[in-house]
Write a protein that binds this ligand. Structure first.
Ligand SMILES: *[C@@H]1O[C@H](CO)[C@@H](O)[C@H](O)[C@H]1NC(C)=O
Ligand SMILES: *[C@@H]1O[C@H](CO)[C@@H](O)[C@H](O)[C@H]1NC(C)=O
Ligand SMILES: *[C@@H]1O[C@H](CO)[C@@H](O)[C@H](O)[C@H]1NC(C)=O
Ligand SMILES: *[C@@H]1O[C@H](CO)[C@@H](O)[C@H](O)[C@H]1NC(C)=O
Ligand SMILES: *[C@@H]1O[C@H](CO)[C@@H](O)[C@H](O)[C@H]1NC(C)=O
Ligand SMILES: *[C@@H]1O[C@H](CO)[C@@H](O)[C@H](O)[C@H]1NC(C)=O
Ligand SMILES: *[C@@H]1O[C@H](CO)[C@@H](O)[C@H](O)[C@H]1NC(C)=O
Ligand SMILES: *[C@@H]1O[C@H](CO)[C@@H](O)[C@H](O)[C@H]1NC(C)=O
Ligand SMILES: *[C@@H]1O[C@H](CO)[C@@H](O)[C@H](O)[C@H]1NC(C)=O
Ligand SMILES: *[C@@H]1O[C@H](CO)[C@@H](O)[C@H](O)[C@H]1NC(C)=O
Ligand SMILES: *[C@@H]1O[C@H](CO)[C@@H](O)[C@H](O)[C@H]1NC(C)=O
Ligand SMILES: *[C@@H]1O[C@H](CO)[C@@H](O)[C@H](O)[C@H]1NC(C)=O
Length: 369
């Protein structure tokens, strides 16, 4: 899609015209994350291009719907809710289902909710570095069935991988809040490149012996960093039917950087100040802004110069120097009338300037006498 150029109107500049020009300037400086005319957010979630609401606003595979649910607009890919999208790290946080196995003491039945999730044929892969397969319960054993290859089918066992986790505890008193220690909660790593997973519970592990304080066991693929074990997950039904954050890696798939650069029409890194980075999970690439620039590398003119001199937390120059912003970088110079040792960040008064400052004093002294 070609970028829309903002044409500056020529002719009589009226007051209104000036106002419009000022507004244009404001728009140009506050960088847009989406294509022109496309929504930048859906509810509380920023939607940066290549993601977009609707086909016209997104790159293929990154189309989301902005759906009104539970009194809020939320971005969805079919039935998967997107919680957060990061351009620089090529990650998205989604809401993952929690599978459950509950014992009914009245009739002795065990009811299962086994979820599966398919990302096959999409730009997404389950992040193997940020997620853990997690089971919660006092007599719970669950398996994670994974098809590693993006092209393998769900029921072919040839490319599948099985991992499992067992969580046990004998009483409420065994449990403590916080990290997943193995008591009432178990976590295990998943392989790289995952595009499909399915949860299965082991039938001989169920809550029939623990139902007095724990009726259900749970299993889910969850983001390790945001997951916090709570004893109430065991003792109440608060986890039942809920969703927990899960991280997916995304990339512009099927071409590496050098292949992608051969066709500038389809090459996704549109900004002139952008670089291509190979995907770390699966084939494909990501775009980053070049050093000294920030913004959206997937949009023409998306990467804009960082004004290092305006940085409040880390002033790039020493107190005695003057900071000059340049395209992609900055310079620290000594103020006029001084000279400096740049590497030391110290500016010394030049001899000449010292003299010219002294002179009026001398003249004054002369006139007094
Ligand atoms: C997304 O993540 C960033 C950084 O972690 C955070 O600042 C932002 O508030 C998050 N947005 C949402 C909608 O969670
Ligand atoms: C968006 O919603 C429409 C209608 O419900 C559906 O046909 C389409 O597949 C959805 N697209 C995405 C990306 O979820
Ligand atoms: C347990 O089973 C009884 C009898 O079949 C049923 O009435 C009750 O709703 C069930 N409880 C739950 C939590 O499903
Ligand atoms: C649950 O148990 C009852 C007997 O108490 C039985 O009739 C019913 O078929 C069971 N339901 C399931 C889903 O197994
Ligand atoms: C799946 O892809 C691998 C290489 O990525 C290939 O070796 C294999 O033959 C493919 N399988 C099918 C069923 O296409
Ligand atoms: C998967 O299972 C379905 C039905 O169980 C069967 O029709 C299909 O051929 C299977 N696919 C493969 C690739 O084995
Ligand atoms: C753990 O946290 C939950 C909710 O925050 C609380 O209800 C529970 O009492 C806590 N458990 C312990 C052992 O502190
Ligand atoms: C629950 O587990 C016990 C073994 O701990 C087993 O004997 C029983 O059949 C299981 N119940 C169901 C409904 O699978
Ligand atoms: C559950 O509690 C009741 C009464 O408190 C007790 O009689 C029963 O033995 C307990 N069951 C288990 C499996 O601990
Ligand atoms: C380059 O990409 C565009 C858009 O995907 C496509 O229409 C065109 O055929 C490609 N050109 C070549 C030489 O592959
Ligand atoms: C130093 O002098 C030059 C030329 O007079 C001027 O352009 C520049 O802005 C001055 N720099 C400072 C820091 O005053
Ligand atoms: C660097 O500057 C400090 C004063 O800020 C001075 O004491 C020191 O000698 C200088 N070092 C060099 C190598 O010039």
């Amino acid at each position: 899609m070609a970028p829309k150029e903002n044409s500056i109107p020529t002719g009589i500049v009226t007051l209104w015209g000036l106002l419009v020009l000022q507004l244009l300037a404001l728009q140009l400086t506050s960088a847009s994350v989406a294509l022109p005319g496309c929504p930048q957010r859906c509810g509380g979630v920023e939607i940066p291009y290549p993601f977009g609401i609707g086909r016209a606003c997104s790159m293929e595979g990154f189309t989301l719907n902005c759906t009104f649910s539970n009194s809020n607009h939320k971005p969805f890919l079919s039935n998967i809710e997107f919680l957060n999208i990061s351009l620089s790290s090529g990650l998205a946080r989604i809401a993952g289902h929690v599978s459950s196995q509950c014992y009914n003491a009245t009739n002795g039945n065990v009811t299962y909710k086994d979820w599966q999730m398919k990302l096959r044929g999409s730009p997404y892969r389950f992040s193997s570095t940020l997620n853990k397969f997690t089971t919660i319960g006092c007599m719970t054993m669950a398996f994670l069935r994974v098809s590693e290859m993006a092209n393998s089918s769900a029921n072919s066992t040839a490319n599948s991988y099985l991992s499992g986790c067992v969580s046990m505890c004998s009483s409420r008193e065994d449990l403590s809040n916080g990290s997943c220690t193995g008591i009432g909660c178990c976590q295990t790593a998943i392989p790289k490149g995952m595009v499909y997973y399915r949860v299965r519970f082991a039938e001989n592990f169920n809550s029939s012996t623990t139902y007095n304080f724990s009726q259900c066991g749970y299993a889910a693929l969850v983001e390790e960093g945001t997951f916090n074990f709570s004893t109430s997950y065991i003792t109440t039904s608060e986890l039942y039917g809920t969703r927990l954050p899960l991280v997916v890696d995304w990339a512009v798939r099927n071409k590496n950087c050098s292949e992608a650069r051969q066709n500038m029409t389809s090459y996704a890194c549109k900004s002139e100040h952008s670089t291509c980075v190979g995907s770390a999970n699966g084939p494909g690439y990501l775009c980053n802004c070049s050093e000294g620039y920030q913004g959206n590398p997937y949009l023409p003119h998306g990467c804009q110069d960082i004004d290092e001199c305006a940085s409040k937390d880390v002033p790039p120059c020493s107190e005695s120097e003057v900071c000059y912003n340049t395209q992609g970088s900055y310079r620290c110079l000594c103020p006029n009338g001084t000279h400096g040792e740049h590497y030391n960040g110290t500016c010394y008064q030049s001899y000449q300037s010292y003299q010219s400052q002294k002179l009026p004093l001398a003249v004054k002294l002369v006139t007094v006498f």
